[in-house]
Write a protein that binds this ligand. Sequence first.
Ligand code: ZN
Length: 370
Amino acid sequence: MQVAESPYLHGFFNGLRPDPRLTVSEWSDQKRMLPAKAAKEAGRWRTKRTPYLKEIMDALSPSSSVEKCIFMKGAQIGGTECGNNWLGYVIDHVPAPMMYVLPTLDLAKRTSKQRIAPMIEEMPSLREKVRDPRSRDSGNTTLTKEFPNGVLVFTGSNSGAGLRSMPARFLFMDEIDAYEDDVDDEGSPINLAIKRTATFSRNRKIFLVSTPKIAGSSKIEAAYEESDKRRYHVPCLGCNYFQTITWQHIKFDNSDPSTARFECRKCNHRHYEKDKPKLLAKGKWIAEFPEKSHKVAGFHLSALYSPNGWYSWENAVEDFLSAKKNPVELKDWTNTVLGETWQEKGETVEHILLYQRNRPFKDVFQSLKS
Ligand SMILES: [Zn+2]
């Protein structure tokens, strides 16, 4: 059969029957394998390990009305794998042109080789669609992965040519706070990439992810501020009061990290590391501005939500105690643990200038929502 031999036609016929209801989290639970080389926990993906990622992944599913998903985050919470799950889902389930933008071209190459290639290799459903780059005429290089009815292109925010290369229905922009402010004198690389999704304005998805850096100039903070601003609330195991896990309520005694716990802001009930799975499982995202556009969903999550065995409250206190006297370390701790921007002292004027420079970016957001 000639027809079955062409991966494009094969994919086309398969593509006639995708289940539109299957979400990214369901797909991940069914199919995603974490490669031993690249992941913290190798083996089968389980959404219940990081339950807060479910709503984010599902916002990236075609069945959701969300068009732009913003994830402002700390480290050690599975943010990268969340993006990888989406990528695998697109290749396997909703094939289309997809662009994956990293801060630099070098980083894009490294990500493709070290994270994405092992993921494709590990999963039969992806392996059979993305042909081995070593075979001739496979259509695949480090920066381009072709698959039936779609293509995944990796590029860097420092490459105007890469950002202009093709229209994309799915746009994944990772670590955007490390992006260039301006590329090839054409302005923000974020805006440039978003323009490439215009042809798919009815069914596009844009995913902006980053650990934040400096207050005022942070791109992810600016994007999050324009969203409905969701935060993950967990119920106190003493009084059931729903609240966020914030640094203010992580308590410890006598500079001893081993006494770290999360105290309820209402009844002072003490939660220890062992209580985390229950807290996370019962948690829910609550938007500060639910009345804002249903097309733009913003999620904020700190490393204080990191599941057991990854990064504990004890680790957070330990790192805080060792960083607190050094502004550079404390800045890093604030960004990566709290997922918050760092306010530089005495630089208000510069911040205002940086803020101004960000305006066109904010205007684009405004126009997307209206
Ligand atoms: Zn309580």
